[in-house]
Design a protein around this ligand. Structure first.
Ligand SMILES: NCCC[C@H](NC(=O)CCC(=O)O)C(=O)O
Ligand SMILES: NC(=O)OP(=O)(O)O
Length: 313
């Protein structure tokens, strides 16, 4: 594995899930692996979990960690080829990626979708720009179209809490005051396609995700019907994909409630808007797995970094 850019960079999800669960039992067992190796975390957007869990994962592996809020503190980057740089951008990705490669052994990047221009977002210029010009492995800490560290943590969480060989897992859209990216939902769908599960996606009409990603998945527009006999309910807002980046509905009938959840386990990547996305009773109740998911972010990142370190050794 050269980089970890998408969930499809995992060669065998069940094997990786088992390895991550093993790591968790003795987090410092590979503390020599990252000795005298440096990871640089570059953030173009805010974060709590991704920043701290990836840092903690690197600490477990004995790595040094450098963190930069590139979006607010770095030079404005240019991505175009042959651009006459007389406008707002100060530094080309060619130099930036190579300079970071001089200082570090692994780069991890967070760069969300702008949600204004679909083609631009799908080109993933920040993540792909670093992957193209850096001479070291690149890790996706949530890009325009994917959040594979989150989806891998979610797979670990489902494995730890599952009681059936083929659980029913529902991805349910929820309302939100802001337009949010598709990355978390996309990677969750891609991850579920690698699982033996009954998987159903439910959302209002107009909220269809990229068909290339959901191809082959069951979509049920009736939320109540979709939730019948669910074992895990993963709730997430995303903005419209077809009417790109638009908020088409804020219908609180889609909010997850204890009544709708039934006996299922509740999942969300966090941060979550209480009583808009999900009611307090669910988050404060014992069917919520959100803290398990957040904790598993450490071991998701740790296994990815371990694999990359083993490759570059
Ligand atoms: N990394 C986890 C989710 C990040 C982002 N959520 C947000 O921006 C929520 C912000 C707010 O609620 O104001 C998203 O949906 O992709
Ligand atoms: N779930 C997640 O990625 O959280 P942060 O945005 O806080 O990193």
């Amino acid at each position: 594995m050269k980089h970890y850019l998408s969930i499809n960079d995992i060669d065998s999800l069940p094997v990786w899930v088992d390895e991550a669960i093993t790591l968790k039992k003795d987090p410092y067992q590979f503390k020599e692996l990252g000795k005298q190796k440096t990871i640089c975390l570059l953030f173009f957007n805010n974060s709590l979990r991704t920043r701290l869990s990836t840092q903690k994962a690197a600490i477990h592996l004995g790595m040094e960690v450098m963190i930069m809020n590139f979006g607010s503190e770095g030079w404005a980057l240019e991505f175009g080829d042959g651009t006459l740089m007389d406008q707002g951008t100060s530094e080309h990705i060619k130099e930036a990626a190579r300079v970071v490669s001089e200082y570090c052994d692994i780069i991890a990047i967070r760069a969300f979708a702008g949600l204004k221009d679909k083609a631009k977002d799908e080109a993933e210029e920040v993540l792909n720009g670093f992957a193209k010009y850096a001479s070291i492995p690149v890790v996706n800490m949530e890009s325009s179209v994917g959040h594979p560290l989150q989806a891998f943590a979610d797979a670990i969480t489902i494995a730890e809490h599952g009681t059936k060989s083929k659980p029913k897992v529902v991805l349910s859209w929820a309302p939100h005051p802001k337009a949010l990216p598709h990355a978390v939902a996309n990677s969750f769908v891609e991850m579920m396609k690698l699982q033996d599960a009954e998987f159903v996606i439910t959302h209002p009409e107009g909220y269809e995700l990229n068909h290339e990603i959901t191809k082959g998945c069951k979509i049920e527009y009736n939320q109540k019907k979709a939730l019948e006999n669910a074992d895990f309910v993963y709730v997430k807002n995303w903005s419209s994909y077809t009417d790109y980046g638009k908020v088409l509905s804020k219908d609180l009938d889609w909010t997850m409630t204890q009544e709708k959840l039934g006996k299922a386990k509740f999942m969300h990547c966090l941060p979550v808007r209480r009583n808009i996305v999900v009611e307090d009773a669910v988050l404060d109740g014992n069917q919520s797995l959100v803290l398990d998911q957040a904790n598993n972010r450490v071991f998701s990142a740790q296994l990815v970094l371990k694999k990359l370190l083993e490759d570059i050794k």
